[in-house]
Design a binder for this molecule. Structure first.
Ligand code: UDP
Ligand code: MG
Length: 324
């Protein structure tokens, strides 16, 4: 199972998705190589450790830069995706490729927003026995007010919908090889890694870090992509929005009964015109019944959705078994 190697034998892979990051790549490589070198000489990780840049179908010179870096430094590797598939898919591609070689994998953004020095603490936590270490930002001071409020609102909505995600954690995290292998069992195409990783289980820890401003270039997550990402997160993990339809239908049905009663009283006292009672009564009642039925269908769609995702039904953490 999770047989631990000595720190100096533990191979670390840093997985960095890059999309049009030519402005930051040289500096990112320099900083990461420096970190890796320091950790190797302190005996915290194996000299076999690598930095894996994943080019997510960039349109600029990103791949040429990665190639040049690879030629110059054997510790730098590159993986080029044929198309721009988005941050989450690029990250997954990197993790799935690197897991064949690594004992621990750390995912990090290319723009140096994630504090490189936190890597030491990540690895330390791993050696203490944690399989997953979440990088949690200590403050959002470097974000715009808009990004801060929308991001925090998003975490709250997700939690209210019953999705287990870690507050203020982006995709800066360490995973052990067995955690990444468990992640590989999640075959879903609509990827929202922040939601899947907590589902894996295994011992987890948190490291807080200061999030910096983007080193250079601009955010590859404009508002449109941010909204799409949020919708992805919610619809990939919660069927509660579907269930809300059922409840709305029930509420409207109850309203229609009250309404019907009021209408009948009005009719008895002769305050209404011909046909008003039946018309109003049927509009409300049929509306309520329709919504209720839609919600009911939604329940089944939710079930189908759960089935087609084919998530693993269990993940084994340990197995104590005597050899015969
Ligand atoms: N990224 C990617 N593919 C994309 C968009 C972004 O691989 O389609 C990478 C990007 O290069 C960066 C990381 O995902 O390393 C996070 O993106 P960014 O820093 O632009 O997002 P923000 O920090 O503004 O949320
Ligand atoms: Mg960024």
């Amino acid at each position: 199972m999770n047989e631990k190697k000595l720190p100096a034998e533990t191979v670390l892979y840093l997985v960095i998705p890059c999309y049009n990051e030519q402005e930051v790549l040289a500096e990112t490589s320099r900083r990461l190589l420096e970190k890796l070198g320091a950790m190797v000489s302190l005996g915290r990780i194996s000299p076999e450790s690598r930095i894996l840049f994943v080019d997510d179908g960039s349109k600029d010179k990103t791949w040429e830069l990665i190639q040049a870096q690879h030629r110059e430094h054997p510790q730098i590797c590159g993986l080029k995706l044929a198309h721009n598939k988005g941050h989450q898919n690029a990250l997954l591609a990197g993790l799935m490729t690197a897991k064949e070689y690594a004992d621990i994998l750390i995912s990090m953004d290319a723009d140096l927003q994630d504090d490189v020095d936190a890597v030491d603490q990540f690895v330390e936590k791993y050696h203490q026995g944690y399989d997953i270490v979440y990088g949690v930002r200590s403050s959002r001071a470097t974000d715009t007010v808009f990004k801060r409020t929308t991001a925090q609102g998003f975490y709250k909505v997700m939690q209210a919908l019953g999705v287990d995600i870690v507050d203020n954690h982006a995709d800066y995290r360490l995973m052990s090889r067995r955690a990444v292998e468990a992640l590989a069992q999640y075959k879903e195409v609509n990827l929202f890694l922040r939601g899947i990783v907590p589902l894996i289980g295994f011992p987890t820890a948190i490291v807080t870090y200061e999030r910096h401003e983007r080193f250079a270039g601009e955010s590859k997550y404009p508002l449109k992509k941010m909204i799409a990402f949020a919708v992805e997160g919610i619809t990939s993990f919660s069927v509660k929005p579907l269930r809300m339809i059922t409840w709305l239908g029930i509420v409207i049905l109850i309203c229609s009964f009250v309404m019907l009663l009021a209408l009948l009283v009005q009719k008895l006292f002769g305050y209404t015109v011909q046909g008003w009672t039946t018309l109003m009564g049927s509009i409300w009642m049929i509306g309520g019944i329709q919504l209720f039925c839609l919600g009911l269908i939604g329940e089944y769609i939710g079930k189908i959705y759960g089935e087609v995702k084919q998530r693993p039904r269990f993940i084994v953490e340990e197995f104590l078994h005597e050899q015969p």
